[in-house]
Design a protein around this ligand. Structure first.
Ligand SMILES: C[S@@+](CC[C@H](N)C(=O)[O-])C[C@H]1O[C@@H](n2cnc3c(N)ncnc32)[C@H](O)[C@@H]1O
Length: 257
């Protein structure tokens, strides 16, 4: 159970992140590092929408994220993500920042940047995460090889001394062997965390526990939120294998369904 205040540290809290963050004290964390579902099954042109898989019949996200389908109408999805960002902003301290990883994509022949989500939030910088390769059979545009990380910062946010030298294009390979359908690499989360002095990192879409592993590697505390019981268990296992067991290791807290 997440009591009002700050949820227990170094644990994954199972449930809807907007609801869980709503129970937190305003300004109670210094850093958020996260990557939401991309609404990928609603995408035009990749065959995932109709369920046929198109050119990617074996795509790992064909089934969505377990119980979560990842196929909202576009406007509803943007509204939901704006609610999520609003909840993150509320729990963020006045010197904190959100590193929000997302992907631009071509929809009906036009680039869909994510202004519909981040418009109006204090985006200070867009970091390019240059991935290793990708797949694109569409002759209408070049193979997309990057994702973005929006650095959404409260006014008092400053990078740690020397961190700005890293620049705003980060070349980081995806990792293999993670059973989650859409993880980001530990290195990506680690760079965000290491660039700040934040003592506690929140990831409201914890998935397989990548942000927790990166936080532990950097000697920081963490708070995880995740709606899927399956991914909570996956993350707990991975986190236990990556480092010393968290102080409270009784398994993920159960919230909601
Ligand atoms: C892109 S994945 C995150 C992957 C993570 N960065 C990793 O490296 O494993 C998004 C996650 O959000 C979870 N999710 C979907 N809706 C949610 C909600 N309302 N609250 C919390 N988690 C949710 C999904 O189950 C999925 O694991």
């Amino acid at each position: 159970m997440v009591a009002a205040g700050r949820p227990e540290l170094n644990r994954i809290h199972r449930g809807d992140c907007v609801e869980l963050m709503g129970r937190m004290e305003p300004g109670s964390v210094g850093l958020v590092v996260t990557s939401p579902p991309y609404n990928i099954k609603n995408s035009t042109g990749n065959g995932l929408k109709c369920g046929a898989g198109g050119k990617w019949p074996r795509a790992r996200l064909m089934g969505g994220y377990g119980a979560y389908g990842d196929d909202m109408p576009a406007e509803k999805y943007d509204e939901w993500q704006r609610r999520c960002l609003g909840a993150m902003m509320r729990v963020l301290s006045e010197d904190g920042a959100i590193f929000y990883n997302h992907k631009w994509r071509v929809q009906n022949g036009l680039i869909q940047d994510r202004r519909g989500i981040v418009g109006g939030f204090p985006v200070r910088q867009v970091i390019i995460w240059q991935r290793s390769g990708g797949i694109n059979f569409n002759p209408g545009y070049f193979l997309p090889t990057y994702e973005v990380v929006y650095m959404i910062a409260k006014p008092g946010f400053r990078l740690k001394e020397g961190a700005s030298k890293a620049g705003d294009v980060w070349k980081i390979r995806q990792e293999s062997g993670n059973p989650h359908p859409a993880p980001f690499p530990v290195e990506l989360a680690s760079r965000c965390i290491a660039a700040t002095d934040a003592a506690v990192v929140l990831d409201p879409f914890m998935g397989s526990g990548t942000t927790a592993v990166a936080a532990m590697n950097n000697g920081r505390g963490w708070i995880g939120m995740e709606s899927s019981a399956e991914y909570c268990a996956m993350a707990e296992e991975r986190i236990a294998a990556a480092g010393p067991p968290p102080a409270a290791s009784a398994g993920p807290e159960r919230e909601g369904n």
